[in-house]
Design a protein around this ligand. Structure first.
Ligand SMILES: CCCCCCCCCCCC(=O)SCCNC(=O)CCNC(=O)[C@H](O)C(C)(C)COP(=O)(O)OP(=O)(O)OC[C@H]1O[C@@H](n2cnc3c(N)ncnc32)[C@H](O)[C@@H]1OP(=O)(O)O
Length: 157
């Protein structure tokens, strides 16, 4: 994808996240986008687990990996929605940066390794500093996990 990912708009100090930091060579480097630039309500990201992302059962991904992906996609979706609500370009200052306050995941079926996964997000509520995000992770047409996140915007100081 040639579009700029949400995470590529993060300031340098926030670019080392294990899950999505562009400047963390040991991390997952997840990249999130609007599903549709004309209708900025849903977000999307892709990730293909490697064999070393196994949870121990051959060909199945580690649950912590799934949580990491949903975590980063959720906070990125919250930030993108907050900028959108304010009519501002993502990454512009003052920076709107969200952290995870809570994340609940239902692991519905094993997640395959070596197949491209699709993560979807939707910010269902954005009020003051608090965002609620619904999340899903699929392999092809198989829904493997769903999640709900509360993310809180960091105070500017
Ligand atoms: C410099 C670092 C850079 C860090 C930047 C790194 C970015 C990486 C992003 C990747 C994602 C992560 O892994 S983040 C890392 C994992 N997460 C963390 O480490 C966060 C640790 N927790 C915290 O720092 C804090 O608890 C916060 C920031 C989440 C909230 O503290 P606070 O700022 O004092 O806010 P507070 O007034 O308590 O709450 C604000 C609103 O959110 C609600 N709220 C708070 N916690 C919860 C909760 N668990 N579940 C539901 N709702 C909650 C409150 O009721 C309130 O709603 P109302 O009364 O207004 O309705």
């Amino acid at each position: 994808m040639s579009k700029k990912a949400f995470q590529d708009s993060y300031s340098a100090e926030f670019s080392h996240c294990y899950g999505c930091g562009r400047d963390n060579p040991h991390g997952l480097q997840l990249k999130s986008y609007w599903l549709n630039d004309e209708d900025k309500t849903h977000t999307i990201a892709h990730f293909t687990p490697k064999p070393y992302h196994t949870g121990g059962v051959p060909n199945n991904a580690y649950g912590g990996l799934i949580a990491s992906l949903l975590d980063c996609h959720g906070t990125a979706s919250a930030a993108a929605a907050a900028y959108e609500t304010q009519g501002r370009k993502m990454g512009s200052t003052p920076v709107l940066r969200f952290v995870t306050a809570s994340l609940s995941i239902d692991f519905l079926r094993p997640t395959p390794i070596g197949e491209e996964l699709t993560l979807c997000g939707k910010v269902t509520q954005l009020k003051d500093r608090k965002a609620t995000i619904t999340l899903s992770l699929s392999a092809g047409n198989m829904l493997c996990a769903t999640g709900t996140m509360t993310a809180v915007r960091l105070k500017s100081e």
